[in-house]
Design a protein around this ligand. Sequence first.
Ligand SMILES: *Cc1c(COP(=O)(O)O)cnc(C)c1O
Length: 366
Amino acid sequence: MMNHVSVLEISLAALQHNYNFFKSRLLKSTKILGVVKAFGYGSESVAIAKHLETLGANYLAVAYVKEGLVLRKAGVKLPILVLHPQIAQFDLLIENCLEPNLYNFRSLEAFLNMVSKTKLDNYPIHIKFNTGLNRLGFVVDDISKIISILKATTSVKLASIFSHLAASEDLSEKAFTLNQISQFKAIANTLIKELGYTPMQHILNTSGVVNYSESQFDMVRIGIGLYGFGNEENITKQLELVGVLKSKISQIHNIEAGQTVGYNRAFTSATAIKTATIPIGHADGVSRQQGNGVGYVYINNQKAFIIGNVCMDMLMVNVTDIACAEGDAIFIYRDQAHIEDLAAKQNTIPYELLTAISQRIGRKIV
Ligand SMILES: *Cc1c(COP(=O)(O)O)cnc(C)c1O
């Protein structure tokens, strides 16, 4: 299934650079959780997780149990927080020493039910509070019931309490974000007072670290930053892109005036032009929205714009003014500015372009 001509080259040196960049901005005592969900933001979760482990990261996070299982099978030993575990997979989660985020009474009680059937004691769990994102999480009024549930069992131990910011990259939402942080502080204080021990606390994601580093608490959860994006130009330019997407020209065509290119004959040439066919398509994560002159690849350091509709497995670009030949190497995603520009043209964010790179694309660790 692997398409070995189009390859995502994953630089562990870039990962290390980015890890050290964020580490240098944090207090020495602050733990780092590396977020490796969605195949390491579309790269390769095992290689990324193992490298983060050697770099000294304290925790990893994935979204779903199966993602954590892949890491355990590959020998990753770090604690792994599962951000959105499904009740039906709690048995698998426990078998693989993964740590659940529990965010409502349904998930908390189901987990206690499951863990109490084992002989386990002090199984680490994490409890999430909703402070304004309105996605997952308990609210402040739930604290006393949470405490009474936790006090009635020795099966689990609260490893951390956390919350998630809704707009940490958007400084026009600073008042909202500061309110989330102060709500979280109040929740943590109340809960810890009643609990009798102190779990870790964490709220910052990448942009949180950049914009609200005074609220790093015990740990920060860094995702996109590790892969090379700071959600603002001044930070991104200090980071390195972990995944560079490369391919090779399959065929070159000389198109005469009046001929059309691609499905639905979406492009009609006004003049004689030259096109190159590239072996990557919308099934690989290059959106059809990039077609018809919107998106571009880099060939020989020049932009070659997509002609006509993006096909499932390939696309055609205009190379009329670019010196190139069949078999030449090209960049589908060359650097952060390229990805940011394509994302903006597609009315989305780099997160979506990265995670859309399909499993058919080869991964090469460099
Ligand atoms: C994905 C995720 C993160 C990482 O966010 P970035 O913006 O990529 O740093 C952190 N925390 C939670 C709860 C997440 O779901």
